[in-house]
Design a binder for this molecule. Structure first.
Ligand code: SF4
Length: 432
């Protein structure tokens, strides 16, 4: 059976000519491997030359990843939806005793971990609400229980706001930043291996005060990830867009992430002979700019810390939230946001089209417009999902691979740290 195959414009020569004069300089800067400014970012969002924006993102994506597109075999555990906060965009949280409220016992967590391990998952992604009653030991016991019963599984757990909550309930609140470092050390010792990127929303005080006022602000979110990196944990970053924020606020969000990553990767860049201008570590230039390695990987020379691996732009879904009256972003806005993220976040190695929220069909298209990862097989995703989809969301490796191939890329399974996975059924090992 022949398969429909889409061949995107991948080379500089195949780029459409700019109809918008503001794009001329941007094209030159991207091709030369120079950092784009916040003003450039806004132009990328506003220009009618959407094909050109997407073509540039594809060139950059191919410089970093060639024709490889990543997926993983993972499972999600949302251990409880009971939350002390009530963010207005959130349809997941419940109050204790409310219809639909739940919390897992450690026995249930163990059962899920064993099932995931038996199914050959490489990663458990664990997040939940800010439970007002569970003690700190529940979380450390959860990690050590998984560590003991399924030692192969990589534990990626707790968004930044959960870490701040855990800092409070663990009473490690003497000095805010030191308290975060200490609580992360305790969690790491119990089995935590990396942090997911959730809860970043949009780094802007106006947006914060309007839709997630009681949640942590950008400085605390960034501090949690800085602390995680400091103790050697990698993490991801998200941006929840398409609600009350404006495009300049999204660009500001990207700039804050980019600035923090510059500081984190400074020593590594020097060790890899990557030239920096004003402390900027740009990884998206042409091949000749990188005499050694352009991709940070744990354990490399000059890299004693963790770092942001992946940016995951998340479209807002209004259904069942307090912001149900908002329309949410369109398909084209989602596509453009993936492309702009790839172009602006020049020091974050990966851009993920999270298929659960983008749909697998859109994720295919996004692979051709800046994304290089579509996430994994995912079982049970309670946080948010496309209208009409059940919380039991799962796809097969065969479907993921077919989707990637159909988009014109070579599927490659990764573990959480982007090491290549060699698989034989439910048995697997990494290349390192
Ligand atoms: S977004 Fe997170 S912190 Fe806010 S209400 Fe939902 S579960 Fe709670």
């Amino acid at each position: 059976m022949s398969m429909l195959h889409f061949e995107p414009a991948t080379s500089q020569e195949a780029l459409p000519s700019p109809s918008d004069p503001r794009m001329v300089g941007i094209v030159e800067r991207v091709l030369a491997g120079e950092r784009l400014s916040a003003e450039d970012g806004l132009v990328l969002y506003e220009t009618p030359d959407l094909h050109l924006v997407c073509g540039l993102a594809d060139i950059v994506r191919r410089r970093l990843h060639g024709d490889v597109a990543w997926y993983n075999v993972n499972r999600h555990i949302n251990y409880s939806n009971i939350c002390a906060l009530s963010c207005s965009f959130c349809a997941f949280h419940r109050k204790k005793g409310q219809d639909g409220a739940y919390e897992y016992s450690l026995e249930q967590v163990k059962e899920e971990a064993l099932k995931a391990d038996a199914a050959g998952a490489t990663e458990l992604h664990i997040v939940g609400g800010l439970h007002p009653k569970l003690p700190f030991e529940y979380y450390t016991n959860m990690l050590s229980t998984i560590r003991e019963c399924a030692p192969r599984l990589h534990i990626k757990a707790f968004t930044a706001v959960e870490i701040v909550h855990l800092q409070r309930i663990s009473r490690r609140a003497r000095m805010k930043y030191e308290g975060i470092v200490e609580v992360l050390r305790d969690l790491k010792e119990a089995g935590l291996q990396s942090l997911p990127g959730g809860g970043a929303e949009v780094f802007d005080d106006r947006v914060h005060d309007e839709v997630f006022k009681t949640k942590i602000k950008s400085d605390q979110w960034l501090d949690v990830h800085r602390a995680a990196h400091e103790i050697g944990l990698n993490s991801n970053a998200t941006m929840l867009y398409g609600h009350v924020e404006k495009r300049p606020e999204r660009i500001h969000h990207m700039e804050l992430l980019r600035g923090q990553q510059d500081r984190t990767l400074k020593e590594w860049a020097a060790a890899q002979d990557i030239g920096t201008v004003n402390g900027e570590v740009v990884l998206t230039g042409p091949e000749e700019m990188y005499p050694a390695k352009r991709m940070p990987m744990p354990g490399q020379k000059g890299l004693s810390t963790g770092y942001f691996q992946t940016i995951i732009p998340l479209p807002f879904f209004p259904n069942e939230s307090e912001l149900e009256y908002l329309p949410g972003p369109t398909g084209l806005e989602n596509l453009r946001t993936i492309a702009v993220s790839r172009l602006m976040l020049d020091n974050i190695p990966h851009v993920k089209a999270f298929w659960i929220m983008q749909t697998l069909d859109m994720a295919q298209l996004m692979l051709q417009n800046g994304a290089d990862d579509i996430d994994g097989t995912v079982v049970w995703y309670d946080i948010t999902h496309v209208e009409g989809a059940s919380t039991h969301q799962e796809t097969t490796v065969t479907d993921l691979q077919r989707s990637i191939r159909e988009a014109g890329f070579e599927p490659r399974e990764r573990d959480t740290l982007y090491r290549v996975v060699k698989r034989n059924g439910s048995d697997w090992s990494t290349s390192e």
